[in-house]
Design a protein around this ligand. Sequence first.
Ligand code: FE2
Length: 299
Amino acid sequence: MQANDKAVKHGLAAGDAHRPERADWTIDQGWDNYSAEEHAVWKTLFERQARLLPGRACDEFVAGMRALPIGADQIPDFRRLSDVLMKHTGWQVVAVPGLVPDDVFFEHLANRRFPAGHFIRRREQLDYLEEPDVFHDVFGHVPMLMNPVIADYIQAYGVGGLRAQKLGVLDKLARVYWYTVEFGLVKQRDGLRIYGAGIVSSYTESIFSLDDPSPNRIGFDLARVMRTRYRIDDFQESYFVLDHLDELLELANIDFDPVYAAIKDQPDYLPGDVLDTDRVLTRGNGTYHAARRAETAAL
Ligand SMILES: [Fe+2]
């Protein structure tokens, strides 16, 4: 079975087993406590992505990375990241032990605090993640938080998440986060580029999402995405593509309530569905997931 790092359960409620003392679930990063091996795992991951991402990551990701104190040699210190982020977009990075409950997660985002896992995966699990670690959260998410559009969009998602919980439509909103912040692609002048953190922090999905003939690549549409289930434990069957990152600015400012109301009684779409109304950039041949389903059936 091919290893993957798709089991990133953002926004899914955590259990109480690892609840820290503070009510907001933050802990000290404990930067001085990282071992040489932990810094070395970071270096392996960083250098692998740094070789792969030119021509794949969007311009805004590259610009954010360049402006931040994130390098190959050591796991970044959240205090230093926050100093730079605060000056640019008013965001901070706070350490958490792993998954946090939905309401805690949204409350942080609504206040421009990005909760990042303080631990790093083990070397023998380089491509497998059960919870978002410091490489996914910092390498994947933090460069995009330097961009004013993404900064506003993710804050709006936090505010919207608190509201969606009250309305009982969190599953719908979570799909928007999933297919944008985590697994979004965007058109840029030379072709499709990655802006989603779940892709840009993954060696295998950085290739699959752009180059593989298997997945669909479909123009982003809010109501369509809200109705589309996603894969939590494998590559996506469909990626949704923005014409421009500024589309997220519009999403940050509109009222989602009429959209929730419009789709309230509509059925979900499966992750690999392609609709007549879709703006299809690439119709995937589905071979990757067909093979995975055959493997599972044979077990
Ligand atoms: Fe994430």
